[in-house]
Write a protein that binds this ligand. Structure first.
Ligand code: GTP
Ligand code: MG
Length: 197
């Protein structure tokens, strides 16, 4: 799929404030700092449309980007960031949960998982929650440029094994790098295919 243009539409604190034009959308979810905003920029071919930061907790609202005037990418706040106040963390968790439970136009979520570290229980828990909510999701392994191929493969095997303790099969998965653009074509092709149904 070719992204002809991408426009920032708005940032919202609640699902009820989000666009109501019934266009299909895809949400990027994962632990704080995993690379959600960077991936949105990489897919759009824009450097700084979604704000990124070395410090976790950068994205604090539901951020909407419209692609080709036809569908949305949604950059969400992260989960699991320990260094913010308990109140803020609860607020973000509620925002994400509320979004996921009510957003009828959500076609698929992308759960971003850091390919550099061992499986994290919080990611597995999150995938299980999506399962309970019957929300289709794909996995994107981020920051793959930081690893040698063998290290990457052994990390991915460990993560897949942790997922398969709870799931009968693996969801669609993509290996990505916001630095090199790895995974871009595949992720966009997947979105195109889901949009076509
Ligand atoms: P929050 O909004 O805080 O939840 O973070 P986020 O998930 O949106 O992460 P963000 O895109 O802001 O990236 C966090 C940090 O990781 C930044 O310093 C990015 O430059 C870096 N980063 C993101 N993706 C990649 C990648 O593919 N490769 C490398 N090497 N670094 C990356
Ligand atoms: Mg972000």
């Amino acid at each position: 799929m070719v992204i002809k243009y991408a426009d920032f539409i708005g940032s919202y604190a609640k699902e009820t404030q989000c666009p109501r034009d019934n266009k299909p959308e895809y949400a990027f979810i994962g632990r704080s700092n995993v690379g959600k905003s960077s991936l949105v920029n990489m897919l759009c071919g824009r450097k700084d449309m979604a704000r990124t930061s070395r410090t976790p907790g950068k994205t604090q609202l539901l951020n909407y980007f419209m692609i080709n005037g036809e569908w949305y990418l949604v950059d969400l706040p992260g989960y699991g960031y320990a260094k913010i106040s308990k109140k803020k963390r609860k607020e973000w968790e509620r925002m994400i949960r509320d979004y996921l439970t009510h957003r009828a136009t959500l076609q698929s979520a992308f759960v971003l998982v850091d390919s550099n570290i061992p499986p994290q229980q919080i990611d597995i828990d999150f995938m299980n929650q999506l399962g309970e909510m019957q929300i289709p999701f794909a996995i994107v392994y981020t920051k793959s440029d930081r690893l040698k191929p063998q290290e990457l493969e052994s990390n991915l095997q460990a993560i897949r094994a942790a997922i398969l303790e709870h799931w009968e099969e693996l969801p669609p998965e993509f290996i990505s790098s916001a630095n090199t653009g790895l995974g871009r074509e595949e992720i966009l092709a997947y979105i195109e295919q889901v949009n076509a149904h």
